[in-house]
Design a protein around this ligand. Sequence first.
Ligand SMILES: *Cc1c(COP(=O)(O)O)cnc(C)c1O
Length: 418
Amino acid sequence: MNKYSVKCLLCGEVHDPYSLNCKKGDDSFLRAYYTAKQLMPTDMPGIWRYYNWLPTEGIIEEGSGRTVTYKSENLASALGLDDLWIAFNGYWPEKNAYIMTCTFKDLESFPTMQRLREQGDKRIIVVASAGNTARAFAHACSVTGQPLLLVVPKDSAHRLWTLHDDNHSVCLVTVEGDYFDAISLAGKLASREGFVNEGGAKNVARRDGMGTVMLDAVLTSNELPAHYFQAVGSGTGGISAWEASMRLLEDGRFGDTLPKLQLGQNLPCAPLYSLWNDVDAVDAACPEGMYDDVLFNRKPPFAIKGGVKDALEATGGILYAVNNKEASEAQELFERSEGIDINPAAAVAVASLVQAVKAGNVKSTEKIVLNITGGGQKRLMQDYELKQLPVSLTVSAKDEDAEAKVVTKAAELFGALL
Ligand SMILES: *Cc1c(COP(=O)(O)O)cnc(C)c1O
């Protein structure tokens, strides 16, 4: 029997397991359905502990970390909560947390790269990102040696650090221009022969990888929580938490109610908050002015079948808008009470929880999972020296030959593969 099958949520048709879109053109996500109806943790390293609910046929042995969930005492007491669980994604050796890029994007990059590997896919994966996603894919590809083309705005290149000495499988292209210029160039490149797009939220490996946060939280605390808090940009992590919760319901051992998704966005750039609440909360200058611009996504998968809207509707969800002052106070509160530094994006989730407590959207006795989507970078810097990922090429967004120049550079670096 197959480990899993992939079906369209609209037409129900079974697709090739590696598809990203419905072949009939339905505006819908595909979803993985696992043959094993019960979650069975394995002894395998990192994220592969949840191998039976990951859409891969094999693992990348080295380099992946996983979520570590623990029950909060100090933050919980500061907020007057009795049953608050922190799902920590990052580096915190004292808690056995070893996500070495310090965000939960590693939970997406490892299963995604494993799937390309098992298909024997030699194409160059193209990733456009201003930070955390790029770092996660660079890490996975430096472990496996698979070719990666990163396209980032020049001003964001400083966020692309690595712990690896050898990054020869990564071609980092910086774009003189803004975030949208980088995305647009990456889109053109990914559609060329020899290149492949990572698929974003449509990729079941990315969603089920992120879904392991919920799996870890529930296995550790023995029960589905009443509430799940996360800071979102695309909302993919929220969708993933919902999908994982449905599987856990079906498992039968962890409760019978879906956790309420309580998601946070950062003002002044909160497109999901705008769509859900039917207000305008997106400034024209976005992503400028954000506490953390990794939370900006111009086209989040909101209305698509199986997307953010469905996830919020199914769980009675809530979206919060958090300003920079609230985020910074929440970051301070978290770091002081829990004793670990967190990524600024994660502070938006903490601030959402603060708002929820004030608004009475959670009861003090209810079980709550707070996804700390990134943390421990300062802690990491005490133990390791971070190195800049070397830039392979810089192009200007105005240069008509930019695309051709990148292709030439990639061919030079990855030669035989093209
Ligand atoms: C990407 C990211 C998020 C938002 O994730 P979604 O894809 O919107 O679920 C939150 N926090 C950090 C640290 C991130 O890197």
